[in-house]
Design a protein around this ligand. Structure first.
Ligand code: M6R
Length: 366
C-alpha cells in the first residue's frame, strides 16, 4: 500500500497536491467560493457570526492558529484559538453570536469531542466542524461542517490532514470575508491564489533532495529552534512539533520577535535555527532577528521565497528557496519543506517514523 514510498508519512506528504485539490474541488470556482458548501443551514449562521472560537489539539490546533490570522485579516472577525484540553475546563466567556469551530483529523479526539460537547452548554450560535472522517463523532454532533478530503492518514505524524485543514479554513476565511465587505477584486485574487495551492505544493515537493542533504546537519543535534513571524509562526510551531514527534529532537518554536526575551540565551554553535521567511511585510524584522542569532554562532537554515532579499550574514547559513505562491497560501506551502525535514532527520536517526514511541494516531482517551 505504501507503493514506492518507504513510509506512510512520506507517501502522505507526497499526496498533498491531490488531497488539497480534492478538498477544494467543487467548492471554489472562477467567481469565488461556491454557495452552500458548509451545509444548507450555514448562510444565516455565517451572516450573523460576530466572533469565532476555534478549539483543537496538536497539529489541528496549529491549523486553527493560521486561520486566526486569515479570518481576522479578511473578515475582521475576532478569533480565539485554544487547545481543547484547556478550553474544556475553563470558564470561557462566550459573547453573543459566537461560532464554535472544532478541528480534528480523526473526529474522535477525546479532548476535542469533550470541548465540543461542553460548548453546547455555553451558548454558541452554532457548532462548525472541520474534519477528515465523515462518520466521526465530531461531524455527527456538529451543526455545520466542511470535510477535508485528505483520505486515510496512517502515519501518526499529521501531514496531509494539516494542509487540507488549511485549505478548508482558507475557504471559510474567504467566504466570511466576502460576507463582511472584503474588497471584491482582492477576494477574487485570493480565490485564484487558493486554487493554485496544489501546484505550489507540488513545486515545494520537488526540493526534497535539497532537504535530504540539509537533514544531515540535524542528525546529532539535541535541540532545534524554529522561528517565524505573523502567519508563519504557527507554521514554525508545526515544524517543531513534527521534529519532536518523529525524530525525538527537542524543538521549540518562537515568534522571532520573542527571541531576545529569553530563548536567545540558548543559542550557540550547537543550536540549529530554522527560520520560515517568505517575503512579506515582516521580512525585515525577521532578518534582524536572524542576524542576532548569527552573531551568537547559531547555525541558520532559512526557508525563503524567490523574492526575499537576504544579506550576507544570513546567506552564510543554509538558504532554501521555494516559490511561495503568494502571501495568502504561503503558510501551506512553507509547511512542506518542514515536513520533509523532520521526515528525513527521523529516517537518518533510525526512529520508527510511522509509529513514534509513546504516541497514538488518535487520542481517544483524556
Ligand atoms: O485527529 P485530530 O486532528 O483531532 O488529532 C489531534 C492531534 O492528536 C494530532 O494532530 C497530533 O498532534 C499529531 N500526531 C501531530 O502530528
Amino acid at each position: 500500500e505504501r507503493g514506492e514510498y518507504r513510509h506512510y508519512m512520506q507517501k502522505e506528504i507526497f499526496e498533498q497536491p491531490r488531497a488539497v485539490a480534492d478538498t477544494l474541488e467543487g467548492r471554489i470556482g472562477q467567481h469565488g467560493v461556491l454557495p452552500n458548501i458548509f451545509g444548507i443551514d450555514a448562510d444565516p449562521v455565517l451572516d450573523r457570526t460576530k466572533q469565532i472560537h476555534i478549539v483543537a489539539c496538536g497539529t489541528s490546533y496549529h491549523a486553527g492558529m493560521v486561520a486566526k490570522y486569515w479570518i481576522e485579516e479578511l473578515a475582521r472577525l475576532p478569533v480565539v484559538v485554544e487547545v481543547a484540553s484547556e478550553y474544556r475546563y475553563r470558564d470561557v466567556v462566550v459573547p453573543e453570536d459566537t461560532l464554535f469551530v472544532a478541528v480534528s483529523q480523526s473526529g474522535e479526539t477525546a479532548d476535542t469531542l469533550a470541548a465540543m460537547r461542553e460548548s453546547r452548554r455555553r451558548g454558541y450560535l452554532a457548532t462548525f466542524a472541520i474534519c477528515n472522517v465523515p462518520e466521526s463523532s465530531v461531524v455527527r454532533e456538529s451543526d455545520l461542517r466542511l470535510m477535508t478530503r485528505a483520505g486515510p492518514e496512517i502515519g501518526v505524524a499529521s501531514t496531509k490532514a494539516f494542509t487540507t485543514q488549511l485549505a478548508a479554513f482558507a475557504l471559510l476565511a474567504l467566504d466570511l470575508g466576502r460576507r463582511r465587505g472584503l474588497d471584491h477584486t482582492r477576494y477574487l485574487k485570493l480565490c485564484k491564489e487558493l486554487q493554485s495551492l496544489p501546484r505550489f505544493i507540488e513545486s515545494a515537493l520537488r526540493i526534497e533532495p535539497q532537504i535530504e542533504e540539509l537533514a544531515e546537519h540535524f542528525i546529532l543535534k539535541h535541540n532545534a529552534l524554529f522561528l517565524g513571524r505573523g502567519v508563519q509562526y504557527p507554521v514554525a510551531l508545526e515544524g517543531s512539533l513534527k521534529l519532536k514527534e518523529i525524530s525525538y529532537i527537542h524543538a521549540e518554536a518562537y515568534p522571532a520577535g520573542e527571541l531576545k526575551h529569553g530563548p536567545l540565551a540558548l543559542v550557540d554553535e550547537d543550536m540549529p535555527i530554522v527560520a520560515v521567511a517568505p517575503n512579506g511585510p515582516l521580512l525585515d524584522k525577521l532578518k534582524s532577528n536572524l542576524q542576532e542569532v548569527r552573531a551568537r554562532g547559531g547555525e541558520l537554515f532559512v526557508f525563503a521565497d524567490e523574492h526575499a532579499e537576504m544579506d550576507d550574514t544570513i546567506e552564510q547559513g543554509v538558504m532554501v528557496r521555494l516559490e511561495s505562491g503568494g502571501e495568502f497560501i504561503s503558510p501551506a506551502v512553507f509547511t512542506i519543506p518542514l515536513q520533509l525535514l523532520s521526515y528525513h532527520v527521523a529516517v537518518m536517526r533510525g526512529t520508527d517514523v510511522d509509529q513514534p514511541r509513546n504516541l497514538a494516531k488518535s487520542v481517544t482517551v483524556e
